[in-house]
Design a protein. Structure first.
Length: 241
């Protein structure tokens, strides 16, 4: 397996249109499948965009998207938001034979959890729900800070994770994120009481992604209590073709 490559595709005013990034993912995926390119992680921001995964129900789409497009995508999961202030990482990597898809998901979650920890924000997994979460406390209910949605085709992954740095939470008022109505959404900026831009978070997340995608054993952060998602089904689409 070759070295892991990180490509910063566009941040801030150079945020990458979602459909352009999706097409880029497909090209890079084919190159990794063909052995013409090393495993690659694309790092970027998107303009405001809602993406609807395979399990999205019609009523879960925003009635008023605030001018943002709503795009149907080929990943697992339900509807989510991407936009300025959210750091997106798309790992397009070949899974080693000893790494199961569920382990890959846990590794990406661990990278987000470790990144939050480096900024002084305690997060963990919630079994039955995907992503990185803060526990309920006197500031609010259980709340998600990092989302994940993946697809695996021909042994190579697509899509990835999104970590909320200083994204405006008003975008989340237009829909029920990931179909989970009994929890909230937050950002590093909201939790720390200061602006935490994507540019500050990017090198930290990149370092932790490099560590977990070296495929060595790691110590997982202890989970919170299990909370099954409504209508739970796999959030990762796996194709053998």
């Amino acid at each position: 397996m070759g070295d892991l490559r990180f490509d910063v595709m566009g941040l801030g005013d150079e945020a990458v249109d979602y459909l352009d990034a999706w097409e880029l993912q497909r090209r890079v995926h084919q190159q990794v499948v063909d052995g013409a390119r090393p495993d690659t992680v694309l790092l970027l921001e998107h303009p405001p965009t809602y993406t609807a995964g395979k399990r999205t129900e019609p009523h879960e789409r925003p009635a008023d998207a605030g001018g943002a497009p709503v795009i149907d995508v080929d990943r697992g999961g339900k509807i989510t938001f991407h936009g300025p202030g959210q750091l997106v990482a798309y790992p397009i990597v070949r899974l080693p034979g000893h790494v199961l898809v569920v382990d890959f998901v846990r590794r990406l979650e661990e990278a987000m959890i470790a990144t939050c920890r480096d900024f002084g924000v305690t997060t963990a997994r919630v079994p039955g729900r995907s992503g990185a979460w803060l526990a309920a406390d006197d500031r609010g209910p259980e709340r998600k800070i990092g989302a994940i949605g993946l697809r695996v085709s021909r042994g190579v992954t697509m899509h990835g994770i999104a970590l909320n740095c200083d994204v405006s939470l008003s975008w989340y008022d237009r829909f029920v994120p990931c179909g989970i109505a009994d929890a909230g959404v937050t950002t590093l900026s909201e939790e720390l009481g200061r602006d935490v831009p994507v540019t500050e978070v990017l090198p930290v997340l990149q370092r932790h992604l490099a560590a977990v995608l070296a495929w060595e054993p790691y110590v997982a952060t202890p989970d919170y209590d299990a909370r099954p998602e409504p209508g739970r089904a796999p959030r990762v689409e796996v194709l053998s073709l």
